[in-house]
Design a protein around this ligand. Structure first.
Ligand code: ZN
Length: 252
């Protein structure tokens, strides 16, 4: 089927649905200039990186951890939400979309204005003290390190290194975010899957949970996914093209 016909079909499904949940992956943010860390040739293939960005790596050398994470994530701080992020905000304003589930750590859904976001891999925007639990905004620390002052961010009360709220290698998924995501997937009538190849588990289980509970799936992703056959509509194209058309429709 032609791209335009598929887009129309997806828009019509969105129109008919009142309990939409979105699941977003790296593809929604690559269009904001954030690299796909896990994709082919992705940064995780760089030797030593997984060790440095693991729980034990953080414990062994917070300094190396911060040097590496600033190098990887510095462009996240400057990234702006894309039309796809804004589309999801608009659908929430229209009271159609109930939650966004994301595998991304860039915080762009929240920055765009989505209010109910389950961040399965955490967020780089905040951090907390492993000892007393105090939360910190991380942007200023990263900016400082980027300016060349490699100083490990320390808790103002305990003086121990602050750990960013991203899920590290060896870390467990944040249980509240995961439970919220499962709950949302179970009850939705439509799941929009944006920019995820659905390869990373357990996030990739969520479309199955939605499908088995009667939801339709709309997938927009550059590459194929293992759920394309199950989807009501699967659009293999740039997410931005679809999102701009859909956003224009729902702004009317
Ligand atoms: Zn503390």
């Amino acid at each position: 089927m032609k791209m335009m016909a598929l887009t129309e079909q997806a828009i019509s499904l969105i129109r008919k649905s009142g309990n939409i949940v979105a699941l977003s992956g790296a593809g929604i943010s690559t269009e904001a200039g954030i690299p796909d860390f896990r994709g082919p040739g992705g940064m995780w293939e760089e030797p030593g990186l997984m060790d440095q960005l693991s729980v034990s790596g953080f414990r062994n050398s917070p300094e190396t951890f911060y040097r590496t994470s600033v190098r990887l994530f510095s462009n996240i701080a400057r990234a702006e939400p894309t039309p796809a992020h804004r589309l999801l905000v608009r659908l929430e304003q229209l009271n159609k979309l109930k939650a966004v589930i994301t595998q991304n750590i860039d915080g762009l859904h929240t920055a765009a204005g989505s209010t109910k976001v389950f961040e399965l891999h955490g967020t780089y925007r905040t951090g907390h003290c492993p000892q007393c639990g105090t939360e910190f905004e991380m942007a200023e620390f990263y900016a400082e390190i980027e300016r060349g002052n490699l100083r490990v961010p320390l808790c103002t009360a305990c003086a121990v290194p602050i750990k960013p709220d991203i899920v590290l290698f060896e870390d467990l998924l944040p249980v509240n975010a995961w439970n919220g995501a499962v709950q949302a997937a179970t009850t939705c009538d439509l799941m929009l899957i944006f920019g995820s190849s659905l390869m990373v588990y357990p996030a990739a289980e969520l479309p199955m949970i939605a499908f088995e509970n009667g939801a339709r799936l709309v997938i927009v992703n550059l590459g194929e996914t293992s759920y394309d056959n199950m989807a009501a509509v699967a659009i293999k194209s740039r997410l931005g093209d679809f999102a701009k058309t859909a956003l224009a429709t729902f702004m009317e």
